[in-house]
Design a protein around this ligand. Structure first.
Ligand code: CTP
Ligand code: CA
Length: 221
């Protein structure tokens, strides 16, 4: 069905979303990764597309179908995600939902075999994609990060906002059993303050965030 322009407030805007985990190979058969179902990020990409945005979804490995109307770019590692994000810019807004692995391993060429003692992994810090987007030229007008925390949720989110140079942080308390599940309970942390949203289905949290992004982009130019 054709939608009236008023229901597509993001028409003509390009929005970039990251979602899912990254996988950092240890050897050809093993990897390290963060826990992430990708559900919240995919729901956000779908909600943005529904509001008319040209939506690019850079996704780590998850078994989810591509959201309707979204251009999807599959990556595996944080380095690949960083490169795909840089290539997808410029954007009017960026929403970095991915659970990027903080470290990678200098991977072994061949499968590590048992029997000669447990291997020691030396870890190398991965690029911070959110911080890079926050300092990109030209910079998206709105840069949104996520923060999954298990304690001091708001304080950690405020510190992350300042450290990374983004505009908003969507913070959630993952000690509340939301990871991988259908619902989420988030706090929207901006430079102006904190809004605590009710626990709701990830699709409804996504719809609420997409509306807020449309409002923020609509307020200027
Ligand atoms: N992020 C990113 N690139 C990274 C690490 C994180 O883009 N290498 C993004 C995430 O997508 C998220 C935000 O930064 O939007 C916060 O991620 P988080 O892991 O909470 O922050 P860190 O700075 O890695 O801090 P820590 O894991 O120590 O809490
Ligand atoms: Ca991290």
């Amino acid at each position: 069905a054709l939608l009236a322009p008023a229901s597509r407030p993001l028409a003509g805007r390009h929005v970039l979303v990251t979602a899912g985990p990254t996988h950092e190979p240890i050897d050809p058969v093993r990897y390290i990764a963060n826990r992430s179902s990708g559900r919240q990020g995919y729901a956000i990409a779908e909600a943005l597309a529904r509001l008319g945005a040209r939506t690019t979804l850079v996704t780590g490995p998850v078994g989810l179908p591509t959201p309707l109307g979204v251009r999807r770019i599959d990556v595996e590692t944080a380095d690949e995600m960083a490169a795909a994000v840089a290539a997808a810019l410029p954007a009017d807004a960026a929403v970095m939902v991915a659970a990027v692995a903080d470290w990678r391993v200098a991977p072994a060429m061949h499968k590590i075999k048992k029997g000669s003692g447990a291997p020691t992994l030396s870890l190398i810090e991965n690029p911070d994609i959110l911080a890079a987007v926050s300092h990109a030229v030209p910079r998206p007008r709105l840069v949104v990060g996520f923060a999954a925390e298990t304690e001091h949720v708001i304080e950690h989110a405020k510190a992350k906002l300042l450290r990374k140079g983004c505009d908003w942080i969507v913070a959630n308390d993952v000690s509340q059993g939301v990871m991988g599940g259908p619902a989420n309970q988030v706090h929207l942390v901006t430079r102006d303050g904190v809004e605590t949203w009710p626990r709701d289905a990830k699709e409804r949290v996504a719809a609420g965030l997409a509306e807020r992004i449309a409002d923020a982009l609509g307020a200027e130019s």
